[in-house]
Design a protein around this ligand. Structure first.
Ligand code: 2NF
Length: 305
């Protein structure tokens, strides 16, 4: 019987048949070689960058460790009166909300278990909202320890300043990039979280509530901000008697807006429609004092120093 294996020579077949078989074998060999040359670098690239690329910054390095550390710091040192909270369980519920999921299809339901584990009562009259005035509002609650911004509650404290997202193709966090809420998608795991916790913070508020607004920018009350979009509309008129706004100007800076400006009047109108009383004060004294302690030179601070 003739031997048809590549490279073998049978006595019955002429030599020209060998070259034909050799050609086929060479073709298969080079075909495989080309496939390997293409597949290996592509495979390496896929292995090194298996996750989708987004326009925003990636997950904060050591995200999980920071979450856990902040949870223990808050419950043991900052507010031990909150009582026992299971930080391991809270950390797990946080990451479960977004890991292995499309970071542009996040829902408030994803964060529901986390919200339930971190329930916290803020006393009536002690809620402080802020918009475009993060530093100042937090400087104030640091000295006025019985007032709470969202970041003075457990969940806000844990997440403040961090970034996070996952990827449906991996169970890992995406440390390379995360969706930017303006450029990629609005329903991203980060924005949806802040919308959900801001909503709960507003729903839970009662009595007279306060907001620090920035009077040194033109849209002091911004309807597209979290305060303007989420918090104002989730205050419960049956529990919240009044919203008191403090419009603060930078010391020595421009006074773009004040209590009588159109953007603040817009806030007043929305609250009136929602049957919530509104009051407003420019450069509220105790917060002005803090601004002047940090920056005592300008003439507007003469009164305090
Ligand atoms: O990072 C936070 N701590 C944070 C983020 C978003 C919302 C806190 N909040 C809560 C706080 F409790 C305040 O009461 O909402 C209120 C402040 O939010 P704001 O939007 O009214 O105030 P801004 O100064 O305009 O924004 C605060 C931060 O949120 C970002 C913004 O870039 C800034 O870093 N931000 C605003 N809207 C979105 C959004 N849709 C957003 N980030 C992602 N998606």
């Amino acid at each position: 019987m003739a031997n048809h294996r590549c490279g073998s020579v049978s006595e019955e077949e002429p030599c020209c048949d060998i070259s034909k078989k050799t050609k086929i074998c060479l073709c298969v060999f080079f075909g495989l070689l080309v496939a390997v040359i293409i597949a290996v670098p592509v495979g390496i690239l896929m292995w090194r960058h298996p996750l989708q690329e987004w326009k925003g910054k990636g997950t904060t390095a050591h995200f999980y460790e920071i979450l856990l550390g902040r949870c223990y710091t808050y419950t043991q040192i900052v507010r031990p009166e909150l009582g026992h909270k299971d930080c391991q369980k809270i950390g797990k519920a946080f990451t479960t909300a977004f890991l292995s999921k499309d970071p542009c299809s996040s829902t408030e339901q994803d964060y529901q278990p986390l919200l339930e584990l971190t329930a916290q009562t803020v006393p009536c009259n002690k809620t402080l909202f802020w918009s475009k005035s993060s530093q100042l509002a937090h400087d104030y609650t640091r000295v006025q320890g019985d007032l709470f911004t969202l970041e003075d509650t457990l969940l806000g404290y844990m997440a403040d300043g961090l970034k996070w997202c996952g990827d449906p193709r991996s169970s890992e966090m995406n440390y390379q990039s995360c969706p930017d809420w303006r450029e990629d998608c609005s329903n991203n795991s980060f924005s949806v979280f802040w919308n959900a916790v801001s909503k709960r913070f507003a729903e839970d508020a009662c009595g007279v509530v306060h907001v620090v607004l920035n009077g040194s920018i033109s849209n002091t009350f911004d309807e597209r901000s979290t305060f303007g979009r989420v918090e104002v509309f989730n205050l419960r008129p049956e529990k919240v008697h009044q919203l008191q706004a403090w419009v603060m100007h930078d010391v020595g800076g421009v006074h773009s807006d004040s209590c009588s400006s159109s953007s603040v009047n817009n806030l007043k109108r929305i609250l009136k429609e929602r049957s919530i009383a509104f009051s407003c004060q420019n450069n509220y004294g105790p917060i002005r004092l803090l601004q002047c302690v940090k920056n005592p030179e300008p003439s507007s601070c003469r009164f305090y120093v």
